[in-house]
Write a protein that binds this ligand. Structure first.
Ligand SMILES: [Zn+2]
Ligand SMILES: [Zn+2]
Length: 206
């Protein structure tokens, strides 16, 4: 499995373009720079199999509608975040206007689903706390999990935004710590880490 990270937008979001032998990519959190992501898709000669959204914050979804227009593919996100992600409550002026609503959100995630796209199999893990509709995407064969703003190297997501809930976040972190220690964590901001490393050193995981 190839993972190309693209650092995008005002708040330094990691967008991940993930693909296997089929050259059909999953775009995980498009971030806010459609052009930078399109450059990766075009230069690697990929098509898009699906867009996977860890949560609705504007810095993670602003490029979603423009990219889905350029490269149509199903969009997967939790309805609890889709409810507000494309409205003006999700603007953060002067950096971000409200993200444009994509034409359709085809997959309404709840957590617990398994999908196969472009030859890659992954599981959806519900991880509310940073937002009500936060999810992580776990790829067991590649031992990789994409954690959005739930878990970072040495830190965890804020819970002081609307919809944030510290006790839910702590429960979600406990779910993530049950993944194998060798699992690589690809967070929404900052460097990669592993589940084992975070269990051993992250002060927010008890
Ligand atoms: Zn966020
Ligand atoms: Zn973020």
């Amino acid at each position: 499995m190839h993972v190309q990270s693209v650092l995008v937008g005002e708040f330094g979001v990691n967008c991940y373009v993930v693909w296997g032998d089929a050259q059909r990519a999953l775009v995980i959190d498009p971030g806010a720079d459609a052009e930078a992501v399109a450059d990766v898709i075009d230069s690697k000669r990929l098509t898009v199999a699906a867009y996977l959204i860890t949560h609705g914050h504007m810095d993670h979804v602003s490029a979603l509608a423009p990219l889905a227009t350029l490269y149509p593919a199903p969009i997967a996100m939790h309805p609890k975040d889709a409810a507000w992600a494309f409205s003006k409550v999700n603007a953060m002026l002067p950096y971000y206007a409200a993200p444009v609503r994509p034409a359709a959100i085809e997959r309404h995630l709840a957590g617990g689903e398994t999908y196969e796209d472009g030859g890659l199999t992954y599981q959806v893990i519900a991880t509310p706390g940073h937002t009500a509709g936060g999810v992580c995407f776990y790829f067991p064969a590649a031992k990789a999990v994409f954690t959005g703003d739930t878990l970072f190297a040495g830190s965890v997501g804020r819970t002081d935004f609307p919809g944030g809930d510290e006790s839910l976040l702590n429960a979600s972190l406990r779910v993530l710590t049950r993944l194998p220690d060798a699992t690589t964590v690809f967070p929404g901001h900052g460097p990669q880490t592993t589940i084992g490393q975070e269990k051993a050193t992250n002060p927010f995981i008890r």
